[in-house]
Design a protein around this ligand. Structure first.
Ligand code: SF4
Length: 328
């Protein structure tokens, strides 16, 4: 068994892991997870849309794209007070990380960005790890966020380089990678993962994992999302992702990136406790909680508390990685 931290995985090696019999795959992933992490610990995060809809991009899965006729109503940037109030609710509900999302193509150096900077400071003062997902950004903008106390920046690659243009035409894979580089240069943690169920092949999934696992530094957090098809988007008719596909993706991510927070993200609302337990066994150690995941339904705090009790899971404390480094 090879569970050292590696950045030189080959596509062939990943393919072999990904296609191994599912019980072997889960067993191997669980072993790696146990070796590197506290398996009963799950990070609980809340994702809030601070600026909803009206986006100029054309991501085929997204109801916030202005060009699709969906039920999402465009809203302007939330107020500082409302956002910090939601952060307090999230903290009281058991969240330790708070992610703010804005439906922007990219960050602009304007008064709205200044307001987001203030929100980052405010949520940081609440004692939560703060994450943002605001679209593409420059190194300077990433540094401003870092100086304000931002912990992590989310920027998903979604799928493989090859499949990307089938899903999004308004930016390139390289644009995405450039932003990830800017985030890293600013000293922020990278949160980067993908979505399955976009009509991609297994090879596209393998290539996405390869791109993530061969970065100089593995992302600190890797969200694995199942497409939630939304009426009015080009992908509205897509088939539901099967739990085994999620398990395969999560387990492979865990084996390739042993220390990453592998996040069981969108699509969790469709899963029962048993299915989620399988994902935790396969190495998932983070979830989003709270009734909405940007604009789609998600299990609320109470349902998750019940599941944690049932499975004997406990929430990971905030800033744990820093505390561990400080203790050495
Ligand atoms: S995923 Fe983000 S960038 Fe793409 S359309 Fe939705 S809000 Fe815009």
């Amino acid at each position: 068994m090879n569970s050292e931290i590696r950045n030189n995985w080959t596509i062939e090696e990943i393919r072999e892991i990904y296609f191994s019999p599912v019980l072997d795959l889960i067993y191997r992933a669980a072993t790696v997870h146990n070796q590197y992490n506290v398996t009963a610990e799950v990070q609980v995060c809340t994702l809030l849309s601070v600026k909803t809809g009206g986006c100029s991009e054309d991501c085929a899965y997204c109801p916030q794209a202005a060009r699709y006729d969906t039920d999402v109503e465009a809203q302007k940037l939330m107020s500082y007070e409302d956002v910090v109030g939601k952060a307090l609710v999230a903290k009281n509900g058991g969240s330790t990380r708070f992610c703010m999302g804005a439906a922007w193509r990219n960050v602009r150096d304007n008064s709205d960005f200044d307001k987001v900077i203030d929100m980052v400071k405010g949520v940081n003062a609440v004692g939560l790890e703060v994450c943002c997902t605001l679209g593409m950004l420059t190194e300077y903008q990433a540094k401003r966020l870092k100086d304000a106390g931002l912990y992590a920046y989310n920027h998903n690659l979604d799928t493989s380089d090859e499949h990307y243009s089938e899903i999004i035409s308004t930016r390139t894979y390289n644009d995405r990678l450039d932003t990830l580089d800017n985030v890293e240069k600013a000293g922020l943690s990278v949160c980067c993962g993908g979505i399955i169920g976009l009509g991609e092949t297994d090879d596209d999934r393998i290539k996405l994992l390869h791109t993530l696992a061969t970065r100089k530094q593995h992302p600190e957090s890797v969200p694995v999302n199942a497409l939630v098809p939304v009426k009015g988007t080009p992908l509205e008719g897509r088939e539901k992702v099967k739990v085994w596909e999620m398990v395969r993706m999560i387990a492979t991510a865990r084996i390739l990136m042993p220390r990453a927070m592998v996040r069981l993200s969108a699509g969790r609302n469709e899963m029962n406790y048993e299915q989620q337990a399988l994902c935790f066994l396969a190495g998932a150690n983070s979830i989003f909680t709270g009734e909405k995941l940007l604009t789609t339904p998600n299990p609320g705090f109470d349902a998750d508390k019940e599941m944690f009790e049932l499975l004997g899971l406990k929430p990971r404390e905030s800033f744990k990685a820093e505390k561990e480094i400080a203790a050495v």
